[in-house]
Write a protein that binds this ligand. Structure first.
Ligand SMILES: [Zn+2]
Length: 131
């Protein structure tokens, strides 16, 4: 049996986020990008996280800092609560999600409304509001 996807979709990894992480496929919607970025955090694919961040923010990311952050976090589960826009005709979209994480051994629930833009035919992460 193949491994389940870290994004907790209950699908096999190779039928869900893995093709995005390996660059075989490009996420067609902000929700798929969101899921694949969660899986990238879970599997510590720092290059993928950087590549799927908008150009303006990308240059500010310190890969070593991001890598060490990934080492302190365990991604337990992801729940997509709501998505807005992000369709084939849109250049922007948002995803509201809850991520259950364990940071330095402590369980926490991360709630975020993420913004995504389309940048040269690919969806990229812009920023997020947390509360
Ligand atoms: Zn997945």
């Amino acid at each position: 049996m193949s491994r389940l996807c870290p994004c907790t979709s209950k699908l096999a990894f190779d039928k869900c986020c893995q093709p995005y992480l390996t660059g075989k496929k490009i996420p067609e919607t902000p929700e798929k990008l969101m899921r694949s970025r969660f899986s990238a955090y879970a599997t510590r694919k720092v290059e993928y996280l950087i590549a799927t961040t908008c150009a303006e923010e990308r240059s500010k990311i310190d890969p070593d800092e991001l890598a060490s952050y990934c080492r302190t976090v365990s991604c337990i589960s992801l729940k997509i609560v709501k998505t807005e826009a992000g369709g084939p005709q849109d250049d922007a979209g948002t995803v509201l999600f809850y991520a259950s994480l364990q940071v330095n051994g402590k369980r926490m629930l991360h709630r975020e409304l993420s913004r995504f833009n389309r940048e040269q035919e690919r969806w990229v992460y812009v920023d997020g509001e947390t509360n």
